[in-house]
Write a protein that binds this ligand. Structure first.
Ligand SMILES: [Zn+2]
Length: 366
């Protein structure tokens, strides 16, 4: 018998209550001190162990009890055993693992971190729309470098050195190029036309390409101009390509971009690389041609330039691809500003908003 457990002095109710009260108090006290899984297990062995558990000692008191006291002793013993088991469950449940869980707990009532919905930039979207209109007509996409030589940007596009047309495109040039021949000097391309020449040099006719891309000019930024902007040019070269093909193609493209009721009209113009050249106007998409502030009450809006490829341009291409013989083939080219079309489509009045990165502006396109 363990000296820790003091047996009842006799088996009357009072003595039994006192003896069981002492044991109960001791079990509660020891259970309250349990802190980790190891001490909980030690408590279990100490009190409920099969051979040496303290409850075995308590049950041994029964041997000395008179038959009349066995029932009340048994009831008290069952109460004590239930209590010890209850204390053990409690200690096991509120031990180390619970505090670890508490430390890792999160407040599910806090607001989450919201991920913004991604969307195409309005310039990218307009770029893709224009390209897809021409892709449906069988055009493929041409690409080329933004840093170009004077030859591809100007000379091969029929801007001879010293020609006044060069002044219409104020050019950003790369520094320290003076020792090179003019045609090899590097600059930031002022239009995507160099890709027309690069494509013709690399493959014989027929050609149908659209060339979307970024271009640069030394211009002061204002509400409708930016020193960096985007263009889509097109080039079609084959046998028997006529101005009618050009008109039909652009009329179809404008209807595809702005709606089937849009009309087009062509005015004589000048570009070094096309002859004849034309400016294209579309009927005002805001007033339907009646006249409004946006179209300066004319009912028409000028939107792009175009023309039949100048034989001088074919002559440059023929230096590498003899099939570009202007006696046998013909072609047309056109170009439009992506920003200008996006501004019209989305009612944007300041071109700078496209580049500001302002989420309040960009969010409208999400
Ligand atoms: Zn109008």
């Amino acid at each position: 018998m363990s000296p820790e457990i003091q047996p009842p002095s006799s088996f009357d109710d009072t003595s039994l209550d006192q003896a069981f009260g002492r044991v109960t108090a001791q079990a509660r006290e020891e259970a309250a001190a349990l802190t980790d899984p190891g001490s909980v297990e030690a408590f279990r062995l100490r009190w409920l162990g099969r051979k040496q558990g303290l409850l075995n000692d308590v049950s041994a008191w029964l041997k000395a009890a008179p038959p009349a006291a066995k029932k009340s002793f048994g009831e008290r013993f069952k109460t004590l055993k239930d209590l010890v088991e209850g204390l053990l469950d409690q200690a096991a449940g509120s031990g180390h693992s619970d505090s670890a869980l508490a430390a890792e707990s999160i407040d599910i009532t806090l607001p989450g971190s919201r991920r913004l919905t991604g969307a195409e930039h309005p310039i990218t979207r307009t770029w893709n729309e224009i390209v897809s209109v021409f892709a449906a007509l069988g055009y493929s996409v041409g690409v080329g470098p933004e840093v170009e030589t004077d030859f591809y940007n100007f000379e091969s596009m029929n801007f001879p050195p010293g020609h006044p047309a060069r002044d219409t495109q104020d050019t950003l040039v790369i520094a320290n190029q003076e020792r090179r021949p003019l045609r090899d000097r590097l600059l930031l391309r002022t239009h995507t036309s160099p890709v027309q020449m690069r494509t013709m040099e690399s493959q014989p006719p027929p050609i149908r390409i659209v060339i979307p891309g970024k271009v640069h000019r030394n211009e002061a930024d204002d509400a409708t101009h930016s020193s960096t902007f985007h263009q889509v040019e097109g080039l079609c070269v084959d046998t028997n390509i006529t101005f009618s093909d050009l008109k039909g193609t652009l009329d179809h493209a404008m209807k595809a971009l702005f709606g089937p009721s849009v009309k087009t009209r062509f005015f004589p113009s000048f570009f070094p690389f096309t002859e004849p050249s034309a400016d294209v106007q579309i009927s005002c998409i805001f007033c339907g041609g009646k006249g409004c502030r946006k179209c300066k009450h004319s009912g028409w809006i000028e939107l792009l330039g175009c023309g039949m490829v100048d034989p001088a341009v074919f002559a440059f291409a023929a230096e590498k691809q003899p099939a570009y013989d202007s006696k046998r083939i013909s072609g047309f080219a056109f170009g439009m500003g992506i920003e200008r079309i996006a501004m019209m489509k989305y009612g944007v009045s300041d071109i700078g908003q496209f580049y500001s990165g302002d989420m309040r502006f960009l969010g409208q396109f999400a």
